[in-house]
Design a protein around this ligand. Structure first.
Ligand SMILES: NC(=O)c1ccc[n+]([C@@H]2O[C@H](COP(=O)([O-])OP(=O)(O)OC[C@H]3O[C@@H](n4cnc5c(N)ncnc54)[C@H](O)[C@@H]3O)[C@@H](O)[C@H]2O)c1
Length: 335
């Protein structure tokens, strides 16, 4: 669906992290709905490098961009020479900044702060020089275990990932006071949907449970999963939020969730219903107690007012829409 009337003819759009989950969905949104826009994807793509937790350093994957016809640059946002080239050789109208160490369990504080915060500042400077509106990915991880509903101004990050995103928001708030461009930080809650498969074990539990069920394994949940609640948001609503954020009523930091908390047990039950199974669930102790979010629910009043954002998918309808893709991935990638 097209979310703005402007054709964006000849507009130059940079998407950092464009080979990842959300970035690649944005790239295809523009290709489909605004074919006259010029989209440049910048991503470091996956190499073999892993973090100390065993996960890949970058999850970008060429398969997320199969069929994308715009320009693709393999590069690191920490590379100042590359950013200088982007500044001199292009003139962007919009920057969607999705590139990050997106793994919330990563322990490398040095890499996290450098990549998520310091490189973002360089991109913000580039945006100001180009007079490009900036839309960047913040996160519900900024709230940590702060009480629901989560509201901007009541943050309590529990890990360095959440800290890095909150620091991006603080940095942005300073720039918002003086910059001529609009700057919008989107605090995504738990996003699920197409093109997340290559995030491996950091992909959403919707996908992971879906594949457990399709392989006829009993879904494995943490004990008390009917009481572990999160605000799960479908990718289509996240794309809509990004597009509306291109011309916000006001620069700012906005929650992007449904405004409703649902349990991990709900996910499994909806999936089993959709897939026609009745596998028995297995429950295991939660090893993350103390650094785990037990209840998230976005307060989206200001997002509605400031962006015209309105979530359209309930967990039921989001999963239903996603099921064919979960099945396709199972057939082509998992089996
Ligand atoms: N998916 C979610 O539920 C969620 C929730 C909150 C916030 N976010 C944030 O949204 C953004 C997009 O998340 P995603 O789910 O698409 O994750 P993702 O890991 O699929 O996408 C991030 C992309 O950034 C790239 N990248 C990493 N380091 C880079 C570097 N140094 N230079 C260039 N590219 C680099 C990766 O290769 C990857 O393709 C991230 O900033 C993430 O922190 C995501």
């Amino acid at each position: 669906m097209k979310y703005i009337d402007d054709e964006l003819t000849e507009k130059m759009i940079l998407i950092t992290g464009g080979a990842g989950f959300i970035g690649s969905n944005l790239a295809f949104y523009f290709q489909k709905n605004h074919p006259k826009a010029k989209v440049v994807v910048l991503d470091s793509f996956r190499g073999g490098e892993v973090l100390s937790n065993g996960n890949l350093k970058s999850f970008g994957h060429f398969k997320n961009l199969l069929g994308f016809k715009g320009e693709i640059i393999s590069g690191d946002i920490n590379d100042k020479e590359l950013l200088k080239k982007l500044q001199n050789n292009y003139k962007f109208d919009y920057i969607f900044h999705e590139a990050a160490i997106s793994d919330t369990t990563a322990l490398e504080q040095d890499l996290m702060i450098k990549t998520n915060l310091n490189a973002y500042q360089d991109l913000l400077e580039l945006a100001i020089k180009h007079k490009a509106n900036m839309i960047y990915a913040s996160s519900a991880a900024t709230y940590g275990n702060a009480p629901s509903p989560q509201r901007v101004g009541r943050e309590a990050p529990q890990n360095v990932y959440g800290f890095s995103k909150l620091s991006m928001d603080y940095l942005s708030s300073g720039y918002m006071k003086q910059a001529e461009i609009s700057i919008v930080g989107l605090r995504y809650f738990n996003v699920y949907g197409k093109r997340e498969y290559f995030k491996n074990t950091t992909a959403s539990m919707v996908l992971q449970f879906g594949h457990q069920i399709l392989s006829k394994k009993n879904p494995r949940l943490f004990e008390g999963s009917d009481r572990i609640l999160r605000d799960f948001i479908y990718i289509e609503d996240v794309i809509a939020a990004n597009i509306k954020a291109m011309h916000p009523k006001k620069s700012g930091i906005y929650n992007i969730g449904t405004g409703k908390a649902r349990s991990f047990q709900d996910i499994v039950d909806i999936l089993q219903n959709e897939l026609g199974t009745s596998l028995e669930c297995e429950y295991m102790p939660n090893p993350f107690i103390g650094r785990y979010q037990f209840h998230t629910e976005a307060d989206i009043v200001s997002s509605k007012n400031g962006l015209g954002y309105e979530p359209t998918y309930e967990l039921e309808s989001g999963i239903k829409t996603y099921i064919p893709e979960i099945k396709r991935l199972f057939e082509t990638e998992v089996k």
